[in-house]
Design a protein around this ligand. Structure first.
Ligand code: ZN
Length: 498
């Protein structure tokens, strides 16, 4: 009730502040939430147009459409079923699986809903996947993007017309500029209230479509476990972080709220669809797409660049579109990137390039030339500060051709420098070109279903997965089982394999 009144007040304040012709009546009653919402600047037609234009950009930015017809069709069927129970059943939705290993889902205005393959790998059942889609449908039907867009517009216009609007007045605030509106706005976080509202709507649509509504909280627990594992892998504090799917409410808060919703809605069924879901993701790409380079055990291979190298044991590799970062528990880091192309072209060779660049404002000294498996290379060292800690920095630059060179940066706590030197040297000399046969033989990792045999344990199965660190944790996450759970022969589990 108070929420409703606050909303209405916010609407009225926005209208009064604007006092523009044609804006009266801009507070519409949302069909999904029954609340007054301020969406003056974005009509449903405009929403569709924005969605259509941004769709292409989003797909490109997130690794393209995951090329697996059957899975895409399955997601679309589940999504379409849910959307029939939403408040805008005539809106045509487009559901897209993105070829991105990160765990993410989001929606654009006009009914465009996205889910990554990274998220699909975690989901335990069709019901949990439906919960994620239903939450995103909730953002669409509650017209959260239209609200945000209109709030931003109101703030911008208000600032011009009235001078300064204090947010203390309860006027809508927004920091985005119109020029940057688009894909970015769709990815900006929603407010805490909007996230909880979408969770509420998600539970509602799950219930109407006959799914087990507890799937919503089931997925949030997965999300929490995944956030914890990523924090550990990246060497951050393992405490609860704001998750990718939302910045505002903590996942624990969403779980509590969703539980209350679940208790309130009348479920029409109890569908889980765990087995059907497992069959659908058998063979799902896991981790890197070879196009971005692929991590397998301690080896990093990049078939498009045609290079490979090996990191020392105990290093966790994190791959992104711009770098590969490998780190161990002692704070040693190896960062692989491309050399700056312009600087390299201007410098002409690896030694001059190394002399020309700076890191943390300092130059490299002690520059020596090397031969790394037939490639011209140079190395130099310096001392830098990273996150307040002193680090020995050694850079190895390896020439591919006149225009292209690779860089391996080794950051070592000074007291570890001596003990790590052999390992890091070995990594440097493991760097080599791949043969054509090797490039063609590269197979990505995939989720596979395995039947548990007598004597199998979580540990023994995990040990056979081609993951150097945290294999057991990944098994636990993919299967929703802990290592202390005994496995029963005949059970079907998800593993990571070629
Ligand atoms: Zn959300």
């Amino acid at each position: 009730m108070t929420g409703l009144r606050a909303n209405l007040k916010r609407c009225l304040v926005a209208m009064v502040l604007l006092s523009l012709p044609g804006v009266l009546g801009a507070c519409t009653v949302n069909p999904a939430t029954g609340k007054q919402s301020f969406t003056a600047f974005m009509s449903p037609e405009k929403e569709k147009e924005v969605g259509r234009l941004e769709h292409v950009k989003i797909v490109k930015q997130f690794g393209g459409v995951y090329d697996e017809d059957e899975l895409g069709a399955y997601v679309a069927i589940v999504g379409a079923k849910l959307s029939r129970y939403a408040e805008l059943p005539d809106l045509s939705y487009t559901f897209t699986v993105l070829n991105d290993e990160k765990v993410n889902a989001f929606a654009l205005p006009g009914g465009y809903v996205y889910i990554t393959r990274g998220l699909l790998a975690l989901v335990a059942s069709e019901a949990e996947m439906a919960g994620v889609l239903a939450h995103e449908i909730g953002h669409v039907t509650a017209r959260h993007t239209a609200q945000r867009y209109s709030a931003t517009m109101a703030t911008n216009i208000g600032l011009q017309v009235l001078g300064v609007i204090g947010s203390a007045l309860g006027a809508p605030t927004g920091t985005g500029t119109l020029a940057s509106f688009g894909a970015q706005a769709a990815l900006q976080s929603y407010s805490r209230e909007q996230e909880l509202e979408s969770d509420m709507l998600g539970v509602r649509y799950l219930a109407r479509a006959g799914y087990d509504t507890n799937a919503m909280t089931g997925f949030f627990h997965k999300l929490q476990a995944h956030t914890r594992l990523m924090a550990t892998m990246e060497g951050r504090d393992g405490g609860e972080q704001h998750s990718i799917m939302s910045t505002h409410p903590l996942t624990s808060e969403r779980i509590t709220a969703a539980k209350q919703q679940v208790a309130m809605v009348q479920a029409s069924g109890n569908k889980q669809g765990a087995r059907a879901y497992d069959d659908m993701i058998d063979g799902l790409l896991f981790g890197d797409d070879p196009k971005q380079g692929i991590r397998k055990g301690r080896v990093f291979e990049h078939p498009d660049l045609g290079i490979r190298f090996e990191v020392p044991s105990g290093f966790t590799m994190l791959n992104s579109s711009t770098q590969l970062l490998a780190r161990n528990n002692d704070g040693v880091e190896i960062i692989f990137t491309m050399a700056n192309a312009d600087t390299f072209l201007k410098a002409g060779d690896v030694s001059k390039y190394l002399a020309a660049i700076r890191i943390d404002g300092t130059r490299f000294s002690g520059i020596e030339t090397l031969d790394v498996n037939g490639m011209d290379a140079a190395t130099g060292n310096t001392r830098v500060t990273k996150n307040g800690q002193s680090r020995d920095a050694r850079l190895v630059v390896i020439r591919e051709d006149n225009e292209r060179a690779y860089q391996l940066l080794f950051l070592t706590p000074p007291k570890m420098a001596a003990s790590m030197s052999t390992d890091l040297r070995r990594t440097t000399y493991s760097f080599r070109k791949m043969t054509r046969a090797e490039r063609e033989a590269i197979k990505p990792l995939r989720i596979r279903l395995r039947t548990v045999k007598p004597g199998d344990t979580v540990e023994s199965i995990s040990a056979r997965m081609p993951i150097e660190t945290f294999a057991v944790e990944w098994f636990e996450l993919l299967n929703g089982k802990s290592r202390s759970t005994p496995l029963n022969p005949g059970d079907v589990v998800r593993i990571v394999a070629e």
